[in-house]
Design a protein around this ligand. Structure first.
Ligand code: GUN
Length: 289
């Protein structure tokens, strides 16, 4: 049984952030522009708080400006929209991210689409989603972009490969499928209603799992030598009562069948923020040349 190459997303993301910091310094030098990212968190969901703290820290480490807004859970939609309009008009802010999910009383679609598409570094506005769908130049959602970078690094040319994306969320599954199609993959999107997932997986050269179900994908379902990208981050309680993070892929049974696989943690996770910084730098360059 051969053992898969472990795709080190932590190292890849670190190298990417170093390179972004170099390009940020260059932009400052040449154009006297410092890229700025505004992150808005509404409420105090603990997982979102951790993500937002890390985003701000890494933004500053890359030499960019970080504008942080921690708003109370009872913030009205109107107040949030007003804040976004201010940021749309603030020339020091090049990227705007509203952390999801939002509290139930706020219309997520209305908020996302209030963000200027030119500052939509999450790639969630209808304009950027549409541009990606027609294969145009768009801000690409950060997690799928991170997955694509790891895949290109591992596989090289993706053209003609059969890629299966498990999960159809707007944040990961759908944009991932659009990106793989743009790379000329043959793309299958599987989801909770898909029949006989194991036999579909048997024909896939590339598997991207983004369903949020711990250890769901089993090694015996995979084609020999498949490349596996695990987007899942699930906290499970072990028999001894301790908790640990696992992906959507059963790593233990897959590592002997796959040719390359991302671990959890340390695979896709660190790529998301690095790609957010990449998109923010791009947003600043789009405006300032
Ligand atoms: N919540 C979980 N993932 C994301 C993301 O990529 N962007 C935003 N804005 N919220 C999220």
């Amino acid at each position: 049984m051969s053992i898969a190459k472990i795709i080190d997303g932590k190292l890849f993301a670190q190298n990417l952030r170093t390179d972004i910091a170099r390009r940020v310094a260059e932009l400052k030098d040449k154009k006297n522009v410092t890229p700025g990212l505004a992150v808005i968190l509404v409420g105090n969901d603990p997982a979102s708080e951790v993500y937002v703290r890390n985003k701000n820290k890494q933004t500053i480490e890359a030499g960019m400006r970080s504008f942080e807004f921690n708003l109370p859970a009872e913030t009205s939609e109107e107040e949030l929209l007003k804040r976004i309009f201010e940021l749309n008009n603030n020339p020091e802010v090049h990227g705007i991210l509203v952390q999801l999910p939002l509290p139930a009383h706020i219309n997520e679609d209305a908020v996302i689409n209030a963000i200027s598409p030119a500052k939509d570094v999450d790639g969630f506005t209808i304009l950027n989603v549409g541009k990606l769908a027609i294969g145009g130049d768009a801000f690409i959602p950060c997690t799928p972009l991170g997955c694509l970078m790891l895949l290109r690094d591992s596989v090289g040319d993706l053209s003609g490969k059969h890629a299966i994306v498990i999960g159809r969320s707007n944040i990961v599954g759908k944009p991932m499928a659009a990106l793989l199609l743009k790379e000329s993959c043959t793309v299958t999107i599987a989801h909770s209603k898909t029949r006989d997932l194991p036999s579909i997986l048997k024909t896939a050269d590339i598997v991207v799992a983004a369903v949020g179900r711990p250890n769901m994908v089993k090694g015996e379902w995979l084609k020999q030598g498949a490349v596996v990208i695990d987007v899942g981050i699930n906290r499970i309680t072990q028999p001894d009562g301790k908790t640990k993070l696992v992906g959507d892929v059963d790593f233990a049974s897959c590592e002997g069948i796959a040719s390359a696989i991302t671990p959890v943690p340390g695979g896709v996770g660190p790529m998301t923020i690095a790609c957010l910084l990449e998109n923010t730098l791009q947003a600043a360059k789009n405006i300032h040349g």
